[in-house]
Ligand binder design. Structure first.
Ligand SMILES: Nc1ncnc2c1ncn2[C@@H]1O[C@H](COP(=O)(O)OP(=O)(O)O)[C@@H](O)[C@H]1O
Ligand SMILES: [Mg+2]
Length: 291
């Protein structure tokens, strides 16, 4: 199974989520779990968990220039703490993007997909922020499910809404995951016209453990992130498809001029206009979600 994770704005915690999911993936029937760092902005896992850059994406890209069997992917992975494996990307954005371009232009993207389809294998592909033309797009398009991670405030939602319609068509199982405080989940679903597949709290202490920095003390909120990501892992592992992620015919996003929101037929009004991120309306602020 190939699960792609991406964002459209900022740094909402895609890599931390990939680690949380690979650690918490239901163990039944799973023989191998892999985080594939296919983020063109560069990798974080090697630095965070004290791993070398090679073997990793660089060595896999070089190997994929010759015909290879899918199992070759494992030769370029390393163990993460906790037993799962990681295909690490180099940290520099320019290098990572070049390597990723090589990988998808050769058979590398297909290899990642092929290895994920082997029995008992789950691959979490961290596609990072997926701008138009991202070299991670071919991998995201091959995924069985795509999780779009977004902050829950007006500016995050504005960026997400602008491209959500496009991304929703990439995979059979797209889903929107909200992070942290901001607009209420029901309000986001109503305004964007899509169901969410979950919401995880802003929880720096728990996130620290996911980024290789165990917190000094367990804090009350730390269990919230673990509980929510465990539930998300179970939902993604289940064969039942999530609900359709199809934008409303009249998509409205708080603070975004309607003509900037891409409609289901793919159209937007011509001409770029600056996005404004207004303060939350007081009515909405009263309904903010809390963990
Ligand atoms: N749920 C969360 N709550 C609080 N902080 C988080 C959360 N997820 C990630 N972080 C923190 O945000 C920063 C960016 O996380 P990262 O996973 O690298 O984001 P991305 O991959 O989207 O760029 C890290 O310092 C991480 O510890
Ligand atoms: Mg990341």
């Amino acid at each position: 199974m190939l699960i792609a994770l991406c964002s459209l704005h900022g740094s909402p915690g895609v890599t931390a989520l990939a680690v949380a999911l690979v650690w918490q993936w239901p163990k039944a029937d799973v023989v191998a779990r892999l985080v594939a760092e296919v983020d063109p902005a560069g990798g974080d896992l090697a630095m965070r968990f004290g791993l070398p850059i090679t073997p990793g994406l660089v060595s896999l890209a070089a190997a994929s220039r010759r015909p290879q069997k899918p199992a070759v992917v494992w030769e370029h992975t390393q163990f993460l703490p906790g037993g799962a494996r990681a295909l690490v990307a180099p940290p520099g954005g320019t290098h990572a993007r070049a390597v990723l371009c090589t990988l998808v232009a050769a058979q590398g993207g297909a290899l990642v997909q092929a290895v994920s389809q082997e029995p008992g294998v789950v691959v979490l592909a961290d596609c990072g922020r997926i701008d138009p033309g991202s070299p991670a797009e071919p991998i995201a398009r091959r995924a069985d499910a795509l999780v779009v991670v977004t902050g829950s405030r007006a500016d995050d939602l504005a960026h997400t809404a602008a491209r959500l319609g496009d991304l929703a068509r990439w995979t059979p199982r797209p889903g929107l995951l909200l992070v942290g405080d901001g607009y209420a989940t029901a309000e986001v679903e109503r305004e964007l016209g899509v169901p969410t597949i979950g919401r995880i709290p802003h929880d720096p202490a728990a996130a620290a453990a996911l980024t290789g920095h165990p917190p000094r003390e367990r804090r009350r909120g730390a269990r919230g992130l673990a509980r929510q990501t465990a539930a998300l892992a179970r939902a993604l592992a289940a064969p039942t498809p999530a609900g359709p992620l199809v934008p409303n015919t009249e998509v409205a996003v708080p603070g975004v001029p309607p003509q900037l929101v891409r409609q289901p037929d793919g159209t937007v009004a011509p001409g770029p206009q600056p996005l404004r991120a207004p303060p939350l309306p007081s009515a909405a602020a009263g309904k903010e979600w809390r963990p």
